[in-house]
Design a protein around this ligand. Structure first.
Ligand code: MN
Ligand code: MN
Length: 478
């Protein structure tokens, strides 16, 4: 392009030097970069379709990791720089590790995302019949707006563990030729009472009952024959009985596949972006990391949506225990390794939504297509329940991203006192490591169909990759 060069005015020069550039986001990306983002997201969409629950995400991740040369970690073996291992925690959390040139000497580089998403878990005694309809009782998992879940096609995913140790996989409702399930809602004609209620009262947790059948078992006139018919179908297909529901992790998730959104196909709509949209980039960043300076660990954790408690959540010691093993092998102590470690807590933030603009503060919100969002702190009220990354750590992260040309932005989770939320960042900070949240902005977060931008997914991958592969200047150069 041939354009006459005009002299910049003094105001223009000063603006350039001192102010945040107004021209930002996708507009600054080359066609090539956007093409790469689109390509990257094909893999992500396929991951989403196969990984709706944490168990599925772990299974898919380990299969892909093994295909790329990762082996299951054995604390009794000796590893060398560049070796790739994984740790499977109960099939519900997984860590991918690439051994660094300096091992754990200068700390480790962590990227942690969660693979559980809000959903409707079946109660331990879920099956019942009412007025000749067979239903499942559910107990919702994570923060949901309950009114969003009725009249959405649902699929049943999970496992039933038998007393003999056998674990049966249940996976039904996603394919076009399979039946799905649904929570019913009241017709508007008869909803005068319901419509006058406040949202939290209009649909309560005990109304999230899933319709699963309606035909009776034909052979006799017994009561609850619809229930019996459903149990018989389940027994014939999976071989478990009503009592076995007590030892099951079964959950109703929105049925169907990830879809491109918009005439320009710039976005992806799907169930479970929060937080597979950061988990997938963390997995691929570990796959693409060959020989980092410091050991790199991508952690896909569970239980985040319900507070990170439990053996597969980030309040558990499983990650620290693994790092302790690595530290010992290097003749280091865990506490010294942790103090030198740095972590990107890879989780989503709320993207500014013009329809709900009043929930956001425009200058401190993240926007679709503006890249990975760094969230210095989450929490609520007066910064309660957040680790709030230090100025120094923020500086080191933005310096890496700028040096490598990663598209990023910063944003808070909505307006001050507008509500709030948290991530696993604080649990990592409590281990005495530097940590900040970095991830993808999401529209309709926690809804059965959430929306993200392809560009933001790719830039989050790039952020994690560059963070993992950054050469620390304080390394003794070999
Ligand atoms: Mn999340
Ligand atoms: Mn969430």
């Amino acid at each position: 392009m041939c354009e006459e060069k005009k002299e910049k005015t003094e105001t223009e020069l000063l603006k350039e030097k001192l102010l945040i550039k107004k021209e930002s986001g996708a507009k600054t990306l080359s066609e090539e970069e956007i093409r790469k983002a689109d390509e990257f997201c094909k893999g992500y969409m396929s991951f989403l379709d196969r990984a709706k629950t944490e168990r599925e995400a772990v299974a898919v991740t380990i299969a892909a990791a093994e295909a790329r040369g990762f082996t299951e970690y054995d604390p009794d073996l000796t590893y060398k720089p560049g070796d790739k291992v994984y740790v499977n925690n109960r099939g519900k959390a997984v860590m991918l590790c690439v051994m660094g040139k300096n091992g754990t000497k200068n700390g480790v580089r962590l990227g942690i995302a969660h693979i559980d998403s809000p959903r409707l878990d079946l109660k331990p005694n879920p099956l019942y019949e009412s007025n000749d309809l067979a239903m499942f009782k559910t107990h919702y998992y994570g923060g949901i707006k309950k009114y969003q879940w009725p009249t959405v096609p649902l699929a049943l995913h999970g496992v039933v563990a038998m007393k003999n140790g056998e674990v049966k996989n249940v996976y039904i409702g996603d394919d076009d030729d399979e039946p799905c399930f649904v929570v019913t809602d009241l017709l508007p004609h008869l909803a005068v009472d319901q419509m006058s209620k406040v949202m939290t009262k209009a649909f309560d947790g005990e109304m999230l009952n899933v319709l699963i059948g309606s035909r009776p078992f034909r052979k006799d006139e017994e009561s609850e024959s619809v229930k019996l018919n459903i149990m018989n179908i389940l027994y014939e297909k999976y071989g478990f009985t009503e009592e076995d529901f007590v030892s099951a992790d079964l959950t109703m998730v929105p049925a169907g596949r990830a879809r491109e959104v918009g005439f320009d196909r710039s976005m992806i709509g799907a169930y479970g972006h929060d937080d597979k949209v950061c988990a997938y980039p963390a997995v691929i960043a570990a796959f693409d990391t060959e020989l980092p300076d410091s050991t790199v660990i991508s952690v896909l954790t569970d239980r985040e949506e319900i507070g990170s408690d439990g053996a597969t959540g980030m309040k558990c010691t499983y990650m620290a225990d693994f790092i302790a093993d690595l530290a010992e092998a290097d003749g280091m102590r865990l506490r010294h390794v942790m103090a030198r470690s740095a972590c990107l807590s890879a989780d989503v933030n709320a993207a500014f939504d013009p329809t709900y603009a009043s929930a956001f503060e425009a200058n401190n919100s993240s926007y679709i297509n503006n890249g990975a969002v760094i969230t210095k702190y989450t929490g609520s009220g007066g910064k309660y329940s957040t680790s709030d990354a230090s100025a120094e750590f923020m500086a080191s992260v933005r310096s890496i991203l700028d040096e490598k040309g990663v598209l990023w932005q910063t944003g808070e989770l909505g307006k001050v006192d507008g509500g709030g939320g948290g991530t696993i960042a604080k649990f990592v900070a409590n281990l005495n490591a530097d940590v900040v949240d970095l991830g993808v902005p999401v529209l309709s977060m926690h809804a059965p169909f959430e929306v993200v931008s392809k560009i933001d997914v790719f830039e989050t991958y790039r952020a994690l990759y560059e963070f993992y592969n950054y050469s620390q200047p304080d390394d003794e150069g070999e």
